[in-house]
Ligand binder design. Structure first.
Ligand SMILES: Nc1nc2c(ncn2[C@@H]2O[C@H](COP(=O)(O)OP(=O)(O)OP(=O)(O)O)[C@@H](O)[C@H]2O)c(=O)[nH]1
Ligand SMILES: [Mg+2]
Length: 470
């Protein structure tokens, strides 16, 4: 199944670029076969583990081959202004190859095939800033019109069934308001297609004066979560920063974006690679006991500094426990409703079964009592590959997990707490109203958010009280 990945807003575009660099690195030998010797291919791409790897065409689910034999990512970059393409401090030659791929495409394609959607005509202000503006301004409506046309064109170029993925930071006006408008529009036009949003919650507690608005934007965006999209993969900048600080002893936007790009690499891995336990994006993110509570947080491991060497005797079990110990939301206790675990690299299914049994026996995942076996497992042959400038140590196996857990209640409570300051200030709500947002809409989104957070709180409370046994 092809994946059309749409990045929105400043953060969305930066993360998107980092993610596409990651995807290109993992398929570079197929896109630029002449640049690699057979030996390099074997070393970099684990081809020992897969027969006829060059003939594997699953990468065409994310890269499209054009009539002239060149490749282009199946993607759109949406922002009010066309982003300036720069590679991050952690990039290597793959980053440069990605820019060249994109620039070549842009110089040759017609406007209707451009990967960039922007609307710079009428208004001077280059920021939408609030959910209300991002969703309701005339500029956003124009942007939506162009975006939907381009999406149609991307869809027409999918030879196989396809799915949508949207990436944005939900603290920005565009990343929250415009994205919710776009999600509604995509839902209306492609109701049966699988759709998943990757939503990055900003660290609004440390965002200074913007903090309360960013929290309110996130609140309203999450309140729109009953919009028919199949799953929201949710993570917090602060938690990811802390993971960087813990292992690399520093954190930067690039290092945070690198870890987020690994989420995108992992959720699409089954659509791009073969494996001994095959599954796909839809299967990994689609077993919610309560359809409205369809939020998943990622965990990934091992996150080891490239300054280290691979610890001796490191096995599948340790990779798995490393993954569990590195959630991309601020950690708290909770009960898991359902989760999916994905191994990358060469792992024997027998070993996976042993580890999964151990996880269950040790109750390492603390499942809700009514769904003690809510774990799906997948495995693909190819591990993620890191840039030579990366902070991350290349490992021969990685583990990635998506979980829907009552742990998410703390994240939602944080957003609610941050947004409350404005929700109780009439003057600021009036400001949202003046940007085109009806008070009824604010009330509806508030109620949706409240019932979402209450859902997680109630399930957590029930488990704490109940006969908590598997
Ligand atoms: N992870 C990550 N977060 C970022 C990045 N840049 C900004 N952010 C966070 O995301 C929030 C939203 O910023 P943007 O993505 O620039 O906002 P936008 O979606 O473009 O929306 P407007 O500019 O308000 O129209 C910021 O407050 C930051 O907390 C980035 O590169 N990576
Ligand atoms: Mg912006």
């Amino acid at each position: 199944m092809s994946v059309i990945c749409i990045q929105v807003g400043g953060a969305g575009n930066r993360i998107g670029l980092s993610a596409w660099e990651q995807l290109l690195r993992e398929h570079e030998h197929c896109i630029f076969p002449d640049k690699f010797t057979e030996e390099e291919k074997r070393r970099r791409f684990n081809s020992d583990y897969q027969n006829d790897q060059d003939k594997d065409e699953k990468y065409l689910n994310v890269f499209r081959e054009k009539e002239d034999g060149k490749f282009v990512p199946r993607t759109l970059f949406i922002d009010l202004e066309r982003p300036i393409l720069t590679i991050s401090e952690l990039s290597d030659s793959t980053g440069e190859n990605l820019l060249k791929l994109i620039q070549d495409h842009e110089s040759e394609c017609s406007e209707s095939n451009s990967l960039f959607v922007s609307e710079t005509s009428s208004v001077l202000d280059s920021s939408s800033y609030t959910y209300a503006n991002g969703r309701h301004s005339s500029r956003s409506k124009k942007l939506l019109e162009i975006a939907m046309e381009r999406i149609r064109s991307l869809v027409e170029k999918c030879e196989s069934p396809f799915s949508f993925m949207i990436v944005s930071s939900i603290g920005g006006g565009l990343g929250s308001g415009f994205v919710s408008l776009l999600m509604d529009s995509i839902y209306t036009s492609y109701s049966k297609t699988y759709k998943c949003a990757i939503s990055i919650s900003p660290d609004f507690e440390n965002a200074g004066d913007n903090g309360p608005i960013e929290a309110l934007n996130s609140f309203l965006y999450m309140g729109n979560s009953t919009n028919g999209w199949d799953a929201k993969i949710f993570m917090e900048n602060k938690a990811i920063e802390n993971l960087c600080k813990k292992e690399f002893h520093y954190s930067s936007m690039d290092s945070v974006n690198e870890l987020i790009s690994l989420v995108i690499s992992n959720v699409t891995a089954c659509n791009r690679f073969e494996g001994p336990l095959s599954t796909d994006l839809q299967n990994l993110t689609h077993n919610f006991p309560y359809p409205v509570m369809n939020i998943l947080y990622p965990s990934f491991g091992p996150i080891h500094s490239s300054m280290k060497t691979v610890p001796h005797g490191y096995g599948t079990e340790m990779f798995t426990y490393d993954c569990l110990a590195s959630p991309f939301i601020e950690s708290s206790e909770g009960y898991t409703m359902c989760s999916s675990l994905l191994y990358r690299g060469y792992v024997e299914p027998r070993t996976i079964n042993t580890v999964v049994r151990k996880l269950k026996d040790e109750r390492a995942l603390k499942f809700c009592s009514w769904n003690p076996s809510g774990l799906k497992v997948g495995a693909v042959f190819h591990r993620p590959l890191y840039s030579c400038n990366s902070n991350l140590l290349n490992m021969h196996i990685t583990a990635f997990m998506l979980s829907n857990s009552t742990r998410l209640k703390s994240s939602l409570e944080r957003i609610k707490h941050g947004a409350n300051e404005i929700l109780t200030m009439k003057s600021l709500l009036h400001h949202f109203h003046s940007e085109g947002m009806e008070l009824d809409e604010i009330t509806e989104l508030t109620e949706n958010f409240e019932s979402l957070v209450e859902g997680y709180q109630e399930l957590n409370a029930e488990e704490e009280l109940g006969p908590d046994e598997e």
